[in-house]
Ligand binder design. Structure first.
Ligand SMILES: [Zn+2]
Length: 287
């Protein structure tokens, strides 16, 4: 029987849906649509836009499973928290969307979707245990074991290495702590620290200052060593804008090797292969 799935990536600015046929070597995109999330329109507006998008796709494939990936987690009461589409926070978006669509829908955060997609179809293909590393405007991660995400039943903390505190006297983080990994390694933090030290405002991609880049490589290695020591994954797959910094793949790897509790580290560190498609492909893989 054909395995057709609907995947939706609900972002702060854009929301994308795919109708995907899986089971072959590569996933086949049957339909793809991108709409503006229009989060300024408020909760009911976003809910009805996403529900209408899913309805269009599920009409074409009534038997398809539906998965939605979105930033943030869930409270014990099933309310959205930590979403950058802030009008969803404190609301029962999962239940409301299921009701509006009238079908079962699986949800997970975007970092877990990234890891699922890269393991199923991308750079971590064939890995038993993979850790997806998001280095973008935020820092996050997702754990995938044997093709399935490691956290279910509403628990969404697995993989959140971005809010491990590496220096309690470090910069303030939006989460309320100080010195989280994210306050050193997210794109805006790297730009800010570079500007503070050199007086030069440069976009991440233009930064070529060896001191700034060496600091990024060192913190990258030190903080991911925590993940490797805990999980010993086969693959670390990197995504997000910061993953384009080539220094991560040489000096960053050397720093990682120095800090891991293993003098023969075997973890493989790779750049993502799916780019922007990981979000929707991973959402389609949710069950
Ligand atoms: Zn934090």
């Amino acid at each position: 029987m054909e395995d057709i799935r609907v995947g939706v990536d609900l972002g702060g600015t854009k929301t994308e849906a795919v109708l995907l046929r899986v089971g072959g070597e590569v996933p086949e995109v049957l339909e793809r649509e991108r709409i503006a999330t229009e989060r300024d329109g408020g909760y009911d507006h976003v809910l009805s836009r996403v529900a209408a998008l899913i309805a269009r796709f599920s009409t074409r494939a009534p038997a398809a499973s539906i998965g939605v990936g979105m930033p943030g987690g869930l409270t014990r009461a099933g309310l959205v928290k930590n979403s950058n589409t802030t009008c969803l926070n404190g609301r029962a978006f999962h239940a409301d969307l299921r009701r509006a669509v009238g079908r079962p829908i699986a949800f997970d955060n975007d970092a877990n979707c990234f890891a699922l997609a890269e393991l199923a179809f991308g750079a971590a293909r064939g890995a038993g245990l993979a850790f997806g590393v998001i280095l973008g405007t935020g820092v996050g991660g997702g754990v995938v074991l044997g093709g399935r995400r490691a956290c279910t039943a509403g628990r969404t903390i697995a993989g959140e290495w971005g809010h491990v505190v590496i220096d309690p006297s470090g910069p303030a983080c939006y989460c309320g702590r100080r010195g989280c990994v994210e306050t050193y390694l997210c794109g805006p933090a790297i730009e800010r620290r570079h500007a503070a030290r050199t007086g030069q405002r440069q976009a991440l991609a233009e930064i070529d200052d060896p001191v700034t880049l060496a600091e990024v490589a060192e913190i990258f290695g030190r903080s991911l060593a925590i993940v490797v020591n805990v999980l010993d994954p086969d693959v670390l797959v990197l995504g997000g804008g910061v993953s384009n910094l080539s220094i991560l793949y040489d000096e960053g790897l050397r720093a990682l090797a120095r800090h891991v509790f293993d003098d023969e580290p075997r973890v493989c560190v790779v750049k993502n292969e799916l780019g922007d498609s990981a979000g929707v492909f991973g959402a389609a893989m949710l069950r």
